[in-house]
Ligand binder design. Structure first.
Ligand code: BES
Ligand code: MN
Ligand code: ZN
Length: 495
């Protein structure tokens, strides 16, 4: 969808009218509506046939021409940016062929934050994944376009925030595309190639790939162990933005299991297709890069994605194996389905090469996190209380909830209790599975400084197993991959 902003009053296509509860009459400032349609709208409002409750819409076709969609914003005193973002998304959901593809939005607000949140909702919800559908020309719809009528006083500022929202939405859409792609086409080196091709369009970014052979040379034992069972070999992809800049920078790490069968510890067959989403963390990293690059972000930032396909075969790792990771630490493999933590062990340690200001990893890591938080919130762990609060607040600001979870010494102890190696990839029992996974990862977060002064780099772990896909309550997406946390990261990094 292309969104433009203008202070002109002419209405093209369908008029989109967001309204608060209790609106009895159309504001006189709304110009250019055919007289008959205006009467129809006013009748509906006067008779209270449209109550403007949040998430409600009503379409009116003017008897003498013109179309309008009324959109509920709920109570005025409750309305914030989230209300407006959801209302924008609702318009796209409710839109049908009869509305046409041209929308004109008239909002009763001059607050940039609210108006651009509405625009963001339109952009985010305007997404479908049709790459694999054979479609007749007739079935293909033209792209949507929306023009937002605004007060002249805010035109310039609104233009700029719509430009940003458009760039961020392109990052979210890219993340969804990656997640929705079928695993026969989205395998580790396919992701790497896509990233390299993508980088060509931006001067600020470069993408490097550590191939399977190079990973062996470097001693990335976690990545290799998980990926070696597949004919599609693993790799690590490194995104660098504004690399020439001096100083510390954020390093964002993503789990990129392009398909998780469980390996030799094979998963049950039911719903196994959903394990194509197991590269959601790597989709978040790539989407974030697109959001930052397309909006012209000037800061330095590194992204690392650990790409592998977890397959059973005669080359696959076994339960009982002991592997040696990039950090030098050895891991006893007790279940090959606990593979995300193995590739992340190398990704987190690799982050230490880039003098991180902080490290955040994103991973569809555990079913236990979905048991704990459902599809409503991402699990958030951190070794730094202030940092955890910052991420929690960034998530709240953009309505992508991340819920604080405990990183306890007892969980760490449970994970280091191996008879033959430094650590093990499975907890002692099934309880607290999301917490033991986080505690396992903590062991691979690099240190800053030497000797007694050495301190672990601020790090956070985001378990997106329940939020990257399957969230029926996420208003910003219809189905499939959600592209969650591209916006959280954009907010965190640019605020
Ligand atoms: N990719 C899965 C986690 C997952 C489960 C993501 C459901 C999305 C939905 C992960 O690799 C996994 O298999 N985890 C195991 C860990 C266990 C073996 C310790 C799990 O959660 O069962
Ligand atoms: Mn698994
Ligand atoms: Zn997995």
């Amino acid at each position: 969808m292309e969104i433009t902003v203008s202070s002109g009053n002419n209405i093209n296509g369908t008029l989109i009218l967001p309204l608060f509860q209790g609106t009895e009459k159309l504001d006189d400032s709304v110009k250019g509506i055919p007289a008959q349609l205006r009467i129809q709208i006013n009748n509906v409002l006067f008779d209270n046939d449209f109550k403007a409750k949040a998430k409600s819409t009503l379409t009116l076709l003017g008897s003498e021409g013109g179309k309008a969609m009324l959109v509920g914003l709920g109570k005025k005193e409750d309305a914030d940016a989230n209300t407006y973002r959801k209302a924008g998304a609702r318009v796209v959901k409710a839109r049908g062929k009869a509305h046409g593809t041209e929308l004109t939005v008239k909002l009763d607000s001059t607050e940039i934050e609210l108006v651009s949140a509405f625009a963001e909702g339109l952009l985010l919800r305007d997404y479908s994944y049709n790459h694999y559908k054979t479609m007749d020309e007739d079935d293909k719809e033209d792209d949507l376009s929306a023009r937002i009528i605004c007060d002249e006083s805010i035109e310039e500022a609104l233009n700029e925030s719509v430009r940003i929202a458009t760039g961020v939405a392109s990052g979210v859409h890219l993340s969804r595309d990656l997640g929705n792609a079928p695993p026969n086409d989205m395998y580790p080196m396919a992701y790497a190639k896509k990233a390299m091709d993508w980088a060509k369009q931006y001067d600020s970014v470069s993408v490097g790939v550590i191939t399977y052979e190079e990973a062996i040379e470097h001693g990335m034992g976690g990545l290799i162990a998980v990926g070696k069972g597949s004919a599609r070999k693993p790799c690590m992809v490194i995104f660098k933005m504004n690399e020439h800049l001096e100083g510390r920078c954020p390093v964002i790490v993503g789990k990129g299991i392009t398909f998780d069968t469980g390996g030799i510890s094979l998963k049950p067959g039911q719903n196994m297709d959903e394990m194509k989403y197991d590269m959601g963390g790597s989709a978040t990293v790539f989407g974030m890069m697109e959001a930052l690059a397309s909006t012209g972000h000037a800061g330095k930032i590194i992204g690392i994605t650990c790409m592998a396909e977890n397959m059973p075969s005669s080359n696959a790792q076994r339960p009982g194996d002991v592997i040696k990771t990039l950090s030098g630490k050895t891991i006893e493999i007790l279940n090959t389905d606990a593979e995300g933590r193995l590739v992340l062990a190398d990704g987190l340690w690799k982050a230490g090469d880039y003098d991180p200001e902080y490290i955040i990893d994103f991973a569809t890591l555990t079913g236990a996190c979905v048991v704990a938080l459902g599809h409503e919130a991402t699990g958030l762990w951190s070794n730094d209380d202030d940092f955890r609060t910052r991420i929690h607040e960034a998530g709240n600001a953009v309505d992508e909830l991340a819920w604080p979870m405990p990183l306890l010494p007892a969980f760490e102890k449970e994970m280091t209790n191996s008879k033959i190696a430094d650590t093990r990839n499975l907890g002692a029992g099934r309880w607290g599975g999301a917490n033991t996974a986080a505690a396992f990862l903590k062991q691979f977060v690099p240190m800053r400084g030497e000797g007694d002064d050495a301190e672990q780099i601020p790090w956070a772990h985001m378990d997106i197993a329940g939020t990257f896909w399957g969230a029926k309550t996420n208003d910003m997406v219809g189905h499939g991959a959600s592209g969650i946390h591209v916006r959280t990261l954009y907010h965190l990094i640019t605020q």
